[in-house]
Design a protein around this ligand. Structure first.
Ligand code: ADP
Ligand code: ZN
Length: 750
């Protein structure tokens, strides 16, 4: 935005006789509030030359807020008397912190996700640049001396929260970040503070992220590409050389050498003097991943959730100032201020973690394509099991499809055996957990000194208590979900609010006896240890991985051959590359299918393929056993055949028939309030508002109770809007913008 030169006439500045307080220029500032508008301020003389993209401090009511200048005008806004405009309080950046491309991108995100420009901008900036006083350290807490059993029991009686805090810290086995502690346990800091006063725990500070990315060295010699890889690299490099925007889908089975394509494209991009962004799911952001990029692209910035504000800030500035030109990171690295962006890679683009579940509720895959388009960059989306959105785009040519149908170096995909759990003999105690075919495979592998990975996406010992009398489940008092038994705590735990209750003795409804049903990771670990007493077993889930370091420690031990079997939730499903793993077991393939979500089948298919991909990464081959109660489900049958295109064909036809993405556009509105009548009223009013403006082609479903009707004591209702074609939603946008500024309403694209 041009700033008028001194002396150049502006509407108010040209008349020295008028109050100088009304003189321009004027800045439009986006603030981190839900209100969808810009706020105007006068630019004081000492800030002359102010540019869009700079952060400023502004008066806002009695407060001062940090905002981003999105425009500088010679003229005051039409709707405010210029004399009433207050001046900007402080300029925080001598040069724009956000590039023009990022400002525009934020605007698009705001329009697309129904939030304000300022909220979208706030999501782009590292916290240190959003706050006045960035945190330099991360607070931690550790257990000093655990009280003896008698003392613990007394504590559990009178101060159960303190006892719970001690149990978790003991489980962690070292200093834990306080925010991780609170996340995992559902406790606030206050029991910790009490315990600190008693000298039982100690607070500390971690100054820096222990840099797990140091030292890990990998060879930096590029391998000779396979012909299929060469074709992919050529296509991406041609687009880079042409310096035009193009989107690619790199569809390559697990172990087909996709990373090598990213690396060679990255090298070309750097040789052109441009920078790049590589997005990976948070969980795949391991030292190994980062080391591979460092070995070939030199020093790279890394952005992930474990950094302190100060560290993020440093990385951000290094990119902004051009000292580093490549960033490898999780979702938010997408907003790295790289001045001349040539390439964006989104690895594992189908991953749900690329969707942000707080404002702004963007999807990194979509925004990556938008940013690439705005900045004339090439976008490469990679996956073995692409999202159906991307796959549909590839089929109709909006995204260019590149394929790697084989594993490198002649490796074969493992064979997959589907075990029908209904026909398993229920003669042994372990039959529910480990079927006979899986037991045999594991036994064979262990006897040959090979390793196994077992996947079960459910933590705890058993996921529910059923009443033998009336069949009811034992529920959380605050949430509409069944309580899970955690044996290490001897407690019933709610996985939504993390509150604990004593083990139920009988059914609340009919007083009948209750039974534990189902299998969680804690029980599976127990079964494995009893089945293979000599095997070294480790469990990876949110209960055992409390410290951030734990994940790397266990994987390190597994890689070094100190463990034989690795059992876990999603944490073991992705990206692990251990050639000694020859057996993979999916203990309950149906878990994903039980979610009432139109993407349930897609998730189930992805999971089986991803977990299977951990097996047979060497010439020893591999075997996958998938245990299921619904062996005929199309997702399970297609996964067993390694048939992504076949699965996608059937699934796309269903989405078409029922009007779900990618065939149609959709929005979900969620309402929540402390009492049921209130939330019902909110939802009905919203429906009426929307119905009044809905265009033909839109369908409104609800208000209805969502799958979890009550959460942490708050009631919920939802409305689903389906639109075909997707642009039929447009007339609803103003109403949706208005709704999502309200308390207790979230609006999200499907
Ligand atoms: P994906 O990301 O598709 O699962 P990776 O990129 O991790 O696969 O590659 C799997 C393994 O194959 C890695 O160890 C990688 O170093 C190796 N690799 C990749 N390309 C080649 C090649 N052309 N020749 C030999 N080895 C390769
Ligand atoms: Zn609960």
């Amino acid at each position: 935005m041009p700033v008028p030169a001194p002396g150049q006439p502006t509407l108010f500045g040209d008349d020295p006789g008028r109050a100088p307080a009304t003189a321009g220029p004027f800045a439009r500032v986006a603030l981190d509030t839900p209100v969808r508008r810009e706020f105007s301020y006068r630019v004081p003389p000492e800030m002359a030359g102010l540019l869009a993209g700079c952060r400023v401090q502004v008066p806002f009511g009695a407060r001062r807020l940090v905002g981003v200048v999105v425009g500088v005008d010679a003229h005051p806004p039409a709707d405010v008397a210029p004399g009433r405009l207050r001046p900007l309080a402080r300029l925080l950046d001598p040069a724009p912190m956000l590039t023009g491309g990022l400002l525009r991108l934020a605007r698009q995100i705001a329009d697309d996700t129904f939030c304000s420009w300022g909220q979208a901008l706030a999501a782009m900036l590292p916290a240190a640049l959003r706050r006045d006083r960035p945190r330099r350290t991360v607070p931690t807490v550790e257990l000093l001396a655990a009280p003896d059993q008698a003392e613990l029991e007394r504590l559990a009686e009178r101060f159960p929260k303190q006892e719970r805090a001690i149990a978790w810290l003991k489980q962690a086995g070292g200093p834990v970040e306080v925010r991780d502690f609170c996340n995992r346990t559902g406790l606030s800091k206050s029991p910790l503070q009490t315990l600190a006063k008693k000298g039982v725990v100690r607070f500390g500070r971690r100054r820096e992220f222990f840099d797990p990315f140091d030292g890990a060295a990998v060879p930096d010699v590029p391998p000779t590409l396979t012909p299929a890889q060469q074709t992919c690299v050529d296509a991406v490099c041609a687009a880079l050389d042409a310096r035009v925007h193009e989107d690619f889908l790199l569809h390559g089975i697990t172990g087909s050498g996709k990373t090598e394509i990213y690396l060679q494209a990255l090298e070309r991009c750097l040789a052109q003097g441009r920078g790049a962004i590589v997005l990976v799911p948070e969980i795949a952001l391991t030292p190994q991943t980062v080391a591979r990029f460092r070995a070939r692209a030199g020093e790279v910035a890394v952005l992930h959730s474990g950094l302190t504000d100060a560290e993020r800030h440093d990385q951000w500035l290094a990119l902004r100032e051009g000292r580093l030109r490549v960033v490898v990171g999780a979702r938010s690295a997408l907003f790295a201020p790289i001045p001349e962006l040539g390439l964006i890679v989104v690895d594992e683009e189908h991953e749900t973690s690329f969707k942000q579940e707080s404002t702004p509720r963007y999807h990194a895959r979509k925004v990556a394509q938008e940013r690439a388009e705005l900045e004339g960059a090439v976008c490469v989306l990679g996956s073995a099991t692409p999202s159906l959105e991307t796959w549909a785009a590839a089929l109709d040519g909006r995204v260019r499809l590149l394929e790697l149908p084989e594993r490198v170096a002649g490796g074969k995909l493992p064979s997959i055996e589907v075990v029908d759990m209904r026909s398993e003999k229920a003669d042994k105690e372990h039959w529910l957990v480990i079927s006979e075919p899986l037991r045999r495979e594991l036994e064979g592998a262990l006897s040959r000194g090979e390793r196994g990975i077992l996947f079960l996406n459910r933590r705890g010992f058993a996921p529910a208590w059923h009443c033998r009398g009336c069949g009811a489940c034992v529920h959380c008092p605050a949430c509409d979900v069944a309580l899970t038994y955690h044996r290490w705590r001897k407690k019933a735990v709610c996985h939504y609010c993390m509150q604990e209750a004593p083990e139920p003795r009988s059914c609340k409804g009919c007083g009948g006896p209750v039974n534990l049903v189902g299998v969680g990771t804690e029980r599976a670990e127990d079964t494995l240890k009893r089945m293979f007493p000599r095997a070294r077993v480790a469990r990876m889930d949110r209960d055992t991985m409390v410290r951030r370091e734990s994940y790397e420690e266990v994987l390190g031990a597994f890689g070094a051959g100190e463990l034989d079997l690795l059992l876990g939730t999603q944490m073991v499903a992705k990206g692990l590359d251990f050639p000694e793993v020859t057996v993979v077991g999916v203990l309950d393939a149906d878990t994903a299918l039980h979610h009432p979500d139109f993407r349930a089948a897609e998730r189930c298919f992805d999971l089986i393929c991803q977990v299977s991909g951990r097996a047979g990464r060497s010439d020893r081959g591999g075997k996958v056993v998938v245990q299921t109660w619904i062996p005929d489900h199309p997702a399970i049958r297609a996964a067993a055949r390694h048939d992504f295109p076949g699965f996608a064909r059937g699934e796309l036809a269903e989405r078409e028939e029922f009007g779900y993405p990618p065939s149609a556009g959709g929005v979900r509105l969620q309402f929540e309030a402390a009492d049921l009548p209130k939330v019902e009223r909110m939802a009905r009013e919203a429906r009426d508002l929307l119905l009044a403006v809905a265009a033909p082609g839109t369908q409104l479903l609800g208000p209805a109770a969502p799958p979890v009707e009550k959460l942490k004591g708050r009631w919920r209702r939802q409305i689903l809007i389906k639109a075909r074609p997707a642009r039929a939603l447009l007339p609803l946008h103003p109403a949706l913008y208005e709704l999502c500024q309200k308390q207790g309403v979230t609006v999200d694209r499907l």
